[in-house]
Design a protein around this ligand. Structure first.
Ligand code: OOB
Length: 572
C-alpha cells in the first residue's frame, strides 16, 4: 500500500534549496555523541532504581543505549518498516526507545499517555504493530492491563515492552531485558524513508496517521532552531507530553538534541513541578498550550521561584488570546513566540525580533520560504490578502497524504498536493497568519483535539440514544469544551448526562474525549439542506454558557493552575 509522497520535482527542489540535508535521526545522534559525548542530553528528574535523584544521560550514553536497544529489538525480530506503538510519558526511556527504533528503521507510532484501550487497539490493529511500549503505571493508570487486553485482540502484536523494573513488568518484557551487544545495522533507513507515524488531531471517526520522513522532519527541527535561537547552550523543558508534535519538534526535544542542547523532562507541566525544574536546571525555553501558559502567568506572580533563565516561551496548539499574550512578558520576563502548527507539517512562528503588536496579535509566519500558503473560499478560489478563508498549504515538511487512507486523501488534499488544514485564517500584509476559526468538525480543548465524529460514534452505541451531535462550547479557561447534544430514543428508559459520560469512559477512551456536558434535545435544528445545523447548536450552548456566566461570574477559575487542563493532568 503506497504512501503519497512529494513528486520528484519537488523533492529535487527541496534538496537543491538545502532544506533536505540527507540526514537521518540515527546518524544525527551518532554525530552529536561523537562531537560531545560527555555533554548532558537528557535530564529525567524522576527517581529511578539506583538514581534516587533522577537520571542525567550524556549524548554518549543516549547513543550507546539506543545502539544496545536497537540490537535487542533486531534480535527479537523487529526490523525496518515494522510499526511500534510507543506510549511512554516524559521519561528518559521515551528517547532511548525512539532513537533505537529510528536507527533500525522501525516506525514509532506516537500514542499519548492519555490514550486508552479503544484508541490503542485501533493504533495497533490499523498499523499492524509488531510491538507496543508502555510504562507500568503512570498517573494512577495501569498500562500493563491495557497491554494484556490489546495483545489478546491484535494478532500482529508480538511484543509488549514495559519501561519498569523487571519485577513490575506484569508478564510482559521488561525493557531492561532488551539490550544486546550492538551489531552493525546492515540496512539503515535512508533520509527519504519514513521515520515515524504521528497522530492527527483529526475530524473523522478514527485518527489518521501522519507519515513523516527523516529529511522532512529534520528540516522542521533546524528551521525551528534558527527561528527560536536554539543552540548548544539552550536548555529545553519538555512540559507537554513528549510524543506530541509541538514539544517533539517545535523546536522541541528533537530540535534541542539536533542543536546539541539539553532536554529537561517535566513529569507534569503545572507550575509547582515545572518552576523548580526551571530554577534548578536553568531552563532557557519551553512550549505550552494556552491554558497552561495562563496558569504559569498566574503562578509566576507569586515570585516563589527564580525563573530568570527563561528567555523564550512558545505558546501554541490552540488560539492564545491577545489579552493573555500581552501578559507573558510582564509576568515571566521572557519573549513570547506564538506557534501555529500541525502534525501534518506547516509550522508558523512569530519571530523573536518581531514588534510586540505582531507577537500578541498574530500566530506567526511559516518556517520556510518554500512553504506555500493559500487562503481560499469554499470553491478553492484564492482570496485577497486580508480576507478570511480556508488555509491550504504545501511545502518541504508538509505531508502529501495520510498513511493508508487513499479515499480520505482525495478530499483532505487538493489534486496538486495542498493540504486542507481545516483552519480558517487571514493573512496580514507582512505574510503573518491570524487564526480566525475552524471549518473542520473538531473541538480544540485547550490544545487537545477532539474529533466530533469519533465521540458521536461512541455515544450512538448507547441503547437510549437515537442521535447525537458533538459541538464545542466556549470555556473561559480551556477556550473550548465539548458538549454532546443527544436525541433520546423513543420509548427508551431515560438516562442522565452522567450515564452517557460514564458509558463513553467505559468504552476505553482518553479522558479528554469524554463530553464535558450532555444536553438532551427533542430534535436537531437543521440547515437549509436538511443537515444537522451544528452552527445553531453551538450558538445555543454558547448562549447558555454566557447566561450562566452572567449569573455566576465566579465559575471562571480564580487560579487556573488549580484546574490544570487534561494535557497537563495525570491521565487517570
Ligand atoms: C499542534 O498540532 P496538532 O496536529 O495537534 O493540531 C493542529 C491544529 C491546527 O490545524 C489548528 O487547528 C490548531 O491545532 N492550532 C492552533 C494553533 N496551533 C495549533 N489554532 C490556533 N492558534 C494556534 N497557535 O497543535 C501543533 C503542532 C506543532 C506546533 C504547535 C502546535
Amino acid at each position: 500500500m503506497s504512501t503519497p509522497t512529494w513528486p520528484s520535482e519537488f523533492a529535487e527542489r527541496y534538496r537543491a534549496a538545502g532544506w533536505w540535508r540527507g540526514e537521518t535521526f540515527g546518524q544525527m545522534l551518532r554525530e552529536r555523541a561523537a562531537e560531545h559525548p560527555d555533554r548532558i542530553a537528557i535530564v529525567d528528574p524522576a527517581p529511578a532504581p539506583g538514581s534516587p535523584d533522577g537520571r542525567r544521560l550524556t549524548y554518549g550514553e543516549l547513543d550507546a543505549r539506543a545502539d544496545r536497544l536497537a540490537a535487542g529489538f533486531l534480535a527479537r525480530g523487529i526490523g525496518k518498516g515494522d510499526r511500534v506503538v510507543l506510549q511512554l510519558p516524559n521519561v528518559a526511556e521515551f528517547f532511548e526507545v525512539m532513537f533505537a527504533l529510528f536507527r533500525i528503521g522501525a516506525l514509532p507510532v506516537f500514542a499519548l499517555p492519555a490514550h486508552r484501550e479503544s484508541e490503542v487497539r485501533y493504533f495497533c490493529e490499523f498499523t499492524e504493530a509488531a510491538a507496543y511500549v508502555i510504562p507500568a503505571v503512570h498517573g494512577g493508570f495501569d498500562y500493563r492491563e491495557l497491554a494484556t487486553a490489546v495483545r489478546e485482540q491484535v494478532p500482529t502484536l508480538r511484543h509488549v515492552f514495559v519501561a519498569a523494573d523487571p519485577a513490575e513488568a506484569g508478564g510482559h518484557t521488561p525493557l531492561a531485558d532488551v539490550p544486546s551487544d550492538p551489531v552493525p545495522i546492515t540496512d539503515p533507513p535512508a533520509p527519504g524513508d519514513l521515520a515515524f507515524l504521528q497522530l492527527s488531531g483529526g475530524s473523522t471517526g478514527v485518527p489518521k496517521l501522519i507519515p513523516r520522513t527523516h529529511d522532512d522532519y529534520i528540516y522542521s527541527l533546524w528551521g525551528s532552531n534558527e527561528i527560536c535561537a536554539v543552540d548548544e547552550t539552550s536548555v529545553y523543558l519538555c512540559a507537554l507530553p513528549a510524543a506530541h508534535n509541538f514539544p517533539l519538534s517545535s523546536p522541541g526535544t528533537l530540535g534541542a538534541l539536533y542543536a546539541g542542547a539539553r532536554v529537561v523532562l517535566a513529569p507534569q507541566p503545572s507550575p509547582d513541578v515545572a518552576f523548580p525544574l526551571i530554577e534548578r536546571e536553568r531552563v532557557t525555553l519551553t512550549g505550552l498550550v494556552p491554558p497552561l501558559a495562563l496558569a504559569w502567568i498566574e503562578a509566576a506572580g507569586r515570585g516563589e521561584h527564580d525563573l530568570s533563565s527563561l528567555q523564550v516561551l512558545l505558546v501554541g496548539g490552540a488560539k492564545f488570546s491577545e489579552e493573555a499574550a500581552r501578559r507573558v512578558r510582564p509576568a515571566l520576563n521572557c519573549t513570547l513566540q506564538q506557534v501555529f502548527g500541525m502534525a501534518e507539517g506547516l509550522v508558523n512562528y512569530t519571530r523573536l525580533d518581531d514588534d510586540e503588536e505582531t507577537i500578541v496579535t498574530t500566530q506567526g509566519r511559516p518556517i520556510s520560504p518554500d512553504d506555500e500558503v493559500r487562503v481560499v473560499d469554499d470553491e478553492d478560489n484564492d482570496l485577497p490578502v486580508g480576507a478570511t478563508g480556508h488555509l491550504l498549504t504545501r511545502g518541504p515538511y508538509t505531508i502529501r497524504g495520510y498513511w493508508r487512507a487513499p479515499e480520505y486523501n482525495a478530499t483532505a488534499f487538493t489534486a496538486d498536493g495542498f493540504y486542507r488544514t481545516g483552519d480558517v485564517v487571514r493573512l496580514t500584509e507582512d505574510g503573518y497568519l491570524v487564526v480566525e476559526g475552524r471549518a473542520k468538525d473538531q473541538i480544540n480543548r485547550g490544545g487537545e483535539k477532539v474529533a466530533a465524529e469519533e465521540i458521536e460514534n461512541h455515544i450512538l452505541a448507547h441503547p437510549a440514544v437515537h442521535d447525537v451531535a458533538v459541538v464545542s462550547m466556549p470555556d473561559a479557561y480551556l477556550g473550548e469544551r465539548t458538549c454532546a447534544y443527544v436525541v433520546p430514543r423513543a420509548g427508551a428508559e431515560p438516562v442522565r448526562p452522567i450515564a452517557i459520560k460514564k458509558f463513553v469512559r467505559e468504552r476505553g477512551l482518553a479522558a479528554y474525549k469524554v463530553p464535558d456536558r450532555v444536553e438532551f434535545i427533542d430534535a436537531f435544528p437543521s440547515t437549509g439542506v436538511g443537515k444537522v445545523s451544528k452552527k445553531d447548536l453551538r450558538a445555543a450552548i454558547a448562549a447558555q454558557v454566557a447566561a450562566r456566566a452572567a449569573e455566576q461570574p465566579a465559575e471562571v477559575p480564580a487560579d487556573p493552575s488549580r484546574a490544570a487542563p487534561p494535557a497537563a493532568a495525570p491521565t487517570s
